[in-house]
Design a protein around this ligand. Sequence first.
Ligand SMILES: [Zn+2]
Length: 124
Amino acid sequence: MQSSAQTVSPLIAGLRCRCPRCGQGKLFVNVLNMRDRCDACGLDYKFVDTGDGPAVFAIFILGFLCIGGALVAEFEFGVPWWVHVMLWGILTPLLAVFLLRFLKALLIALQYKNKAEEARLSKE
Ligand SMILES: [Zn+2]
């Protein structure tokens, strides 16, 4: 039996912030708040438990990009200090929100596809 989970790529669902089962329904109410269920297929999002995963990945990726960018701006172009403040003060929060949204949707899609959940000793 082929499930619909195999037809939706977790990467595409993550990039589009869509339902991990049907790839159509929106995952978020606004920026980072989850909906209760999928509007298109009715998948209940109660199973979602990404924990700190998206934040950890976002910190590592963003730290590399922003510190690397600041070093290049300083030593390649010699920009004044106020350009650093303006550039990284605006770019870092924007990139953080984008990355958190994408990574949260990606980890939800991967959790759904791989049926990841807490280990249990017996079936209830
Ligand atoms: Zn759906």
